[in-house]
Design a binder for this molecule. Sequence first.
Ligand SMILES: [Zn+2]
Ligand SMILES: [Zn+2]
Length: 111
Amino acid sequence: MKFCPKCDTRLVLKKIEKKAVLACPRPGCDYQEPASKVEAVVSSENQNQEVLKILEKDVKGLHPMPTTKVVCPKCGHTKAYFWLVQTRGTDESPSQFFRCVRCNNTWREYS
Ligand SMILES: [Zn+2]
Ligand SMILES: [Zn+2]
């Protein structure tokens, strides 16, 4: 897991122009770097939803992110992209991230 060198906010994975980048989600901070050490793996643990698991390994490309029904805390929209990020510690459970399809607000939820 990487943190923004400018403001220490945890970086989130974004797909910009077909490239995976780690970007700072903090408003006003536009820091980003190539996500070369991130691997995206699609699993189908849930039959209806594909869960995007992102591990800290090399990645060749990023799968399109699946969406789920969740309420955006910012604009109230009910559909958001979601993915899981495994943190460094092996005893920690993966963190789930959401990004609103309407306003691009990104937030985190502990699973
Ligand atoms: Zn930042
Ligand atoms: Zn929203």
